[in-house]
Design a protein around this ligand. Sequence first.
Ligand SMILES: CC(C)(COP(=O)(O)OP(=O)(O)OC[C@H]1O[C@@H](n2cnc3c(N)ncnc32)[C@H](O)[C@@H]1OP(=O)(O)O)[C@@H](O)C(=O)NCCC(=O)NCCS
Length: 134
Amino acid sequence: MDTSTDRQPRGEISLQTIAMPADTNWNGDIFGGWLLAQMDLAGAVLARQRAQGRVATVAIDGMSFLQPVTVGTVISCYTEIVHCGHTSLQIAIEVWESVRLQGGARLLTEGRYTYVAIDEQGRKRALPADATNA
Ligand SMILES: CC(C)(COP(=O)(O)OP(=O)(O)OC[C@H]1O[C@@H](n2cnc3c(N)ncnc32)[C@H](O)[C@@H]1OP(=O)(O)O)[C@@H](O)C(=O)NCCC(=O)NCCS
C-alpha cells in the first residue's frame, strides 16, 4: 500500500469537511462508515456534474482504510474519473488529511466508486457525449 508522503493527491477536490465527535466509534476514532459516506458525496458531486443530472451509486471497490482518523481532522476528498462507460462512471476517490502542523499531507482512505446516470424514474440513461471532459 502506497502511503508514502511522496505520493500526491490525484484529481480535484470535490469535498472538504471536519471530522466531528458525533462521527466516532467505540475506540474514539472516526467511523469507517462516515468516511464512506463523505467519499460517496464527493464522487457524486463530480458524477452529477459529468452526467448532467441524477446519478445512483452502484458499486464501491478497492476500499482501503490506511490510517485512523481523529476528531477535528480536516479531510479533503479528491476525485478523478478512471472509466467512462455508456451509462456509468467509475471514479477514484482519495481522502487526504488537509492540514497537519507537523510533516506532510497524509493519505487516509481510498477507493473506487461507480455511479450510473439515472432519469427522473430512477432508470439508467446514457451519459452525455462529453461526460469525460465536461
Ligand atoms: C442504477 C440502476 C438503475 C442500474 O440499472 P441496471 O439495469 O442494474 O443497469 P446495468 O446492469 O445495465 O448496469 C448499468 C451500468 O452500471 C455498470 N454496473 C452495474 N453494476 C456494477 C458493478 N457492480 N460494478 C461496476 N459497474 C457496474 C454496468 O457495467 C453498466 O455500465 P455501462 O452502461 O457504462 O456499460 C440500478 O442498478 C439501481 O437502481 N441500483 C440501485 C442504486 C442505489 O439505490 N444506490 C444507492 C445505494 S445506497
